[in-house]
Design a protein around this ligand. Sequence first.
Ligand SMILES: Nc1ncnc2c1ncn2[C@@H]1O[C@H](COP(=O)(O)OP(=O)(O)OP(=O)(O)O)[C@@H](O)[C@H]1O
Ligand SMILES: [Mg+2]
Length: 308
Amino acid sequence: MDHIFKSLKEQNVNPGLLEAIAQFREKYPVEENLKRRINVPVLPYYGRDTFEMAAAALLQGENILLTGTKATGKNILAENLAYVFGRPSWNISFHVNMDSSALIGTDTFRDNEVQLRTGPVYDCAVAGGFGIFDEVNMAKNDAVSVLHATLDYRRILDVPGYDKIELHEAARFIGTMNYGYAGTRELNEALVSRFLVIEMPAPTEKTLTYILTNLFPDFKKEGLKQISGLFLDLQTKANNNEISTKPLDLRGLIGALKTVRAGLAPRRAIRMGIVNKSFDLFERELVEDIVMTRIPESWTPAEIFGAE
Ligand SMILES: Nc1ncnc2c1ncn2[C@@H]1O[C@H](COP(=O)(O)OP(=O)(O)OP(=O)(O)O)[C@@H](O)[C@H]1O
Ligand SMILES: [Mg+2]
């Protein structure tokens, strides 16, 4: 049993659900040439309730949309799901200039004739893959409207100028979106209606402890307490609108901790990963003050990592 399945067990994920997933894997074996598309996630996703909701929806043939602020584990969860379900996956980044042909395919001239060069949604649909629509609300609505029949009960992909194809039974789509990020737009109702929507929870002390000790097994007790305390302080301030969500960046915190591991003083590391994420001078000072109460200037990497 690898670290992903082990983590699901540790988190007491509903055994009935895990059994149903195992049956799904057995029912839909993967062809040899697609195995390279099954990726073992680097990190387990932590969050039992969210995992259970997502897995139950996928088992019932639904597509899911993961919404939440930055670094709440949307991509980690999507990768974990594809892996646990034993499916090859396609990561498809949505962006403002994307059109439907980037999803489905384009005409190319090959062997003296016009042929379809298939796009990722097409390949995924045929292979019974899990397609991850990353930042789905970055794309223009008309670019994604071609997916309506793909995402609802019809399960077909209409390829203009070619045939209609039916989706493989195991194909699923997982959208991620970060509501309110610069550049995002409102998803149209027709599209949202084709997904079950899961709101990613903000990390709690328990989540942080799990994630951080998973990444840094020799985290010292006091160091961990202050680092996760710092994150939770920032979260409270952001919830109270005292600061923006810019410095509330778990990804940045993890990046900073890596530089501590490399020998950098914790305060300087936190400056790069957290404080400087805010470009407003006033806010930056506020954040620096919060950091000061948690992480003494004198701390060295030995206060954070090492044997106790
Ligand atoms: N619940 C969680 N379980 C495991 N890791 C998590 C979780 N939440 C956040 N992380 C950590 O946060 C980092 C970012 O995760 P991920 O890229 O999945 O976030 P995201 O929600 O897709 O963010 P964005 O909206 O910015 O794309 C990961 O490296 C991971 O370490
Ligand atoms: Mg993401």
